[in-house]
Design a binder for this molecule. Structure first.
Ligand SMILES: [Ca+2]
Ligand SMILES: [Ca+2]
Ligand SMILES: [Ca+2]
Length: 324
């Protein structure tokens, strides 16, 4: 990123800090995303179940001002019992690993068009593998972590930790969610905390007319966005809201394959977040999708659980009426 980008991004993190005063949530997925669960399948599952690579990579951000220890709490990390997606019997294992240290978030490599992040970069600071048994419908807590165990990346809002979730043996789907907490035994938000991804596999709601959201941040020099969706199964409509777009829609009906939706970026959309909405219009149950967003150079664009600058609202272009 050039210097101007850094300054602009920093400004918006500063603004988002103000938003966080009202938002107060480090749930992942967040209240704003309206996604109930993230999903990772084990490696013998068919990709048509909705997970293309059996792996989820999330970056958790702890603001520099945070003094005390932080905890990464996982709800229902097991793959069995409640919430999870069973194929025949539950026979799966899922590994959750936390990385910190230098190189944990290799921005340049991702921005130059690598197809995936490097999951194992940085220093492994905690790992645990779950099966069908313990922590069903319950929280498991990683930590305490000193914020400085993450990598300081002011462009992204503070100290960055990486959580890698990998499906190991088995063929079932693990549904789970997270909370970045200042307490070991309860979900206590860290003011200014956030989480971002370059690709996300999640479960769409089963409720008709429900809307799930993701919020990519459009930094300088982006002129096109390509929304890549895997296995949408004709679930509904994808709608784009931004400061300049009032609900452009597209459909995607591919089961077990990728669809790409292309949009041009207007100058006034720079340094704002997009709101990509998945609107449920058909009764498709247990639909899992993978989404990633790229720019005109096929570089990945991060999306944030707490949208930078807030949830975008459409603002009609101002029509200048010549004076008399
Ligand atoms: Ca479970
Ligand atoms: Ca199974
Ligand atoms: Ca689970």
């Amino acid at each position: 990123m050039n210097r101007l980008n850094n300054q602009v991004l920093f400004f918006f993190f500063w603004v988002s800090g103000i938003f966080n005063f009202f938002v107060f949530s480090q749930a992942v997925p967040s209240d704003e995303e309206k996604i109930k669960f993230l999903v990772t399948f084990s490696k013998n599952a068919k990709v048509s179940f909705g997970d293309d690579d059996y792996r989820q990579i999330l970056y958790l951000v702890v603001p520099e001002k945070q003094r005390g220890p932080v905890f990464i709490r996982v709800f229902d990390p097991n793959v069995g019992g409640k919430h999870d997606e069973k194929r025949n019997s539950f026979n799966s294992k899922t590994q959750f690993s936390v990385y910190g240290g230098s190189g944990v978030h290799v921005v340049d490599k991702i921005r130059k068009g690598a197809t995936v992040d490097d999951p194992y970069s940085g220093i492994l600071i905690a790992t645990k593998t779950f099966d069908a048994t313990a922590y069903d419908d319950d929280w498991f807590t990683f930590g305490p972590f000193n914020p400085a165990e993450g990598e300081l990346q002011p462009d992204f809002g503070g100290y960055v930790f990486k959580l890698v979730v990998e499906g190991l043996d088995g063929d079932d789907g693990n549904l789970y969610k997270l909370f970045l907490s200042s307490r070991k035994d309860k979900n206590t938000p860290i003011d200014g905390g956030n989480c971002f991804y370059y690709e996300c596999c999640f479960r769409l709601s089963d409720e008709l007319n429900s809307i799930s959201h993701i919020y990519p941040f459009i930094s300088q020099n982006i002129i096109k966005v390509h929304i890549n969706v895997f296995d949408y199964d004709n679930d509904g409509t994808i709608r784009l809201i931004s400061v300049a777009k009032n609900g452009l829609t597209a459909k995607s009906d591919k089961d077990g394959d990728w669809t790409t939706l292309d949009f041009d970026v207007e100058p006034r959309e720079l340094n704002t977040s997009l709101d990509i909405q998945f609107i449920k219009t058909r009764k498709v149950k247990n639909n899992n999708v993978v989404v990633f967003v790229t720019n005109q150079e096929k570089s990945r664009i991060p999306f944030f659980t707490i949208p930078i600058g807030g949830v975008p609202k459409y603002k009609p272009a101002i029509v200048v009426v010549p004076g008399n």
